[in-house]
Write a protein that binds this ligand. Structure first.
Ligand code: NAP
Ligand code: G4F
Length: 368
């Protein structure tokens, strides 16, 4: 009999890659989506209609909806990926973030208990390197003290501890993956990496003048989302429930990411100035861009408190799960994201051109 997995947050970056991964492993995959006036299912559109892929409506803010789905699906594994996942947004919507990212985890665990599945259903919780926040040591491993530094991180800290509590109190197989930043061509467009790769693509094609960023000194340990979903699965296949850091062990700044992304888009940048006055100026690339400022800093993207030094130590995941953190390098990640966005922007540009031409032809009566 095929194993049954339930994924919350199936429409997100990780949910879509994890669905593909589990379908390939022969799982029956069930995903939770929330109702909205427009369905945003771009990342899983290619999976809809597949015989082993099923979708259910539920919301992490609504216990009964989760209980109903868990009871119907009776999963062997739950991957709780649903969250308000944007750190900056958590400063604007702290209460909503707490409800989904903290109490939402409790609702999932309680649904497993309410359906009497605690002996048969394993639960993976999408925890985060943001727990280390105002970091107390580098690199960070499973024993590094937490110091959450945003409403998002504080909510996720509750999620981490409630999972640990249910593991000990009820003997449930539930664990947290403490994931460092992971990106891809499916990354949300307001996270810094995707914002940069899309801007590099647009600027290189003359469709954007300047990219405005916040703190460019910020350091992250960036990996590839497709590699990280394998580790989520490995955590649930382990012989005992444990928490793991998932990271590459390599650290780069936002500025380095920007420089490399523009390079892949055919633009060489030189950075001048400091803080709010810092600018990225074109020194090599398309003639009309030479000497132009294409990267600048805007206070709008500064955070009330910012996490600036994330660097993970994946030794435990490597040793205990046999996971390879070096599958996709930083350089390969940046390249694949930029190449994807160059093609995307070009296709959108071509489609817009066709629409403009068509409108013009219609106006002139050439096409009826
Ligand atoms: P994402 O792309 O933002 O996806 C979040 C998912 O959660 C979306 O499917 C979203 O649905 C869903 N969701 C939000 N609120 C919900 C609610 N009330 N009920 C049901 N579903 C809800 O995030 P991601 O990058 O894939 O990350 C997956 C998980 O890992 C998140 O929990 C995130 O906090 C955590 N994490 C991510 C990273 C990273 O670098 N990517 C690192 C560490 C931890 P809609 O499509 O309807 O919005
Ligand atoms: O890309 P970011 O928004 O990701 P952040 O805050 O690290 O959060 C992501 O990773 C976490 C894991 O550590 C996840 F838990 C979380 O769900 C999410 O996926 O920002 C990265 C850094 C920050 O220091 C930010 O201040 O980039 C800096 N930054 C500089 N300019 C910017 C910008 N971030 C964004 N989003 N937009 C900017 O213009």
């Amino acid at each position: 009999m095929a194993k049954v997995a339930l994924i919350t947050g199936v429409t997100g970056q990780d949910g879509s890659y994890l669905s593909e991964f589990l379908l390939e492993k022969g799982y029956d995959v069930h995903g939770i989506i929330r109702r909205s006036s427009v369905d945003f299912r771009e990342r899983i559109a290619h999976l809809e209609g597949k015989p082993h892929f099923h979708l259910h409506y539920a919301d992490l803010g609504d216990s009964m909806s989760i209980v109903k789905v868990v009871d119907k699906v009776k999963p062997n594994e739950i991957y709780n990926l649903a969250a308000q996942s944007h750190v900056q947004v958590s400063f604007d919507s702290p209460e909503f973030t707490a409800d989904v990212d903290a109490t939402g985890v409790l609702r999932v665990l309680e649904a497993v208990r309410a359906c009497h599945l605690e002996k048969t259903c394993r639960v993976y919780q999408a925890s985060t390197s943001e727990l280390y926040g105002k970091v107390e040591e580098v690199p960070q491993n499973e024993n590094t003290p937490f110091h959450p530094y945003s409403p998002y991180a504080v909510a996720k800290l509750y999620g981490f501890w409630i999972v640990k509590e249910y593991r000990e109190a009820y003997n449930m197989f539930c664990c947290s993956g403490i994931l460092f930043n992971h990106e891809s061509e499916r990354r949300g467009e307001t996270f810094v990496t995707r914002k940069i790769t899309l801007a590099a693509a647009r600027i290189s094609q003359g469709l954007q003048d300047c990219l405005y960023l916040g703190n460019m000194d910020s350091l992250r340990d960036w990996g590839y989302a497709k590699d990280y979903v394998e580790c989520m699965w490995l955590i649930l296949q382990n012989d005992r429930p444990e928490d793991f850091v998932i990271a590459t062990g390599v650290q780069h700044s936002v500025r380095e990411f920007t420089q490399l992304a523009f390079k892949h888009a055919g633009i060489e940048l030189k950075f001048e100035g400091k803080g709010i006055d810092e600018k990225g100026i074109v020194v090599k690339g398309p003639e009309k861009l030479i000497g132009k400022t294409v990267v600048a800093v805007s206070e709008d993207f500064y955070r009330p408190t910012d996490v600036v030094n994330l660097w993970g130590d994946p030794t435990k995941a490597k040793a205990r799960l046999g996971w390879n953190p070096a599958k996709t390098s930083f350089e390969q990640l940046v390249k694949l994201m930029v190449e994807h966005d160059i093609a995307k922007v070009a296709a959108e540009g071509a489609a817009a051109k066709v629409r403009t031409n068509l409108a013009e032809y219609l106006e002139k009566g050439i096409v009826k």
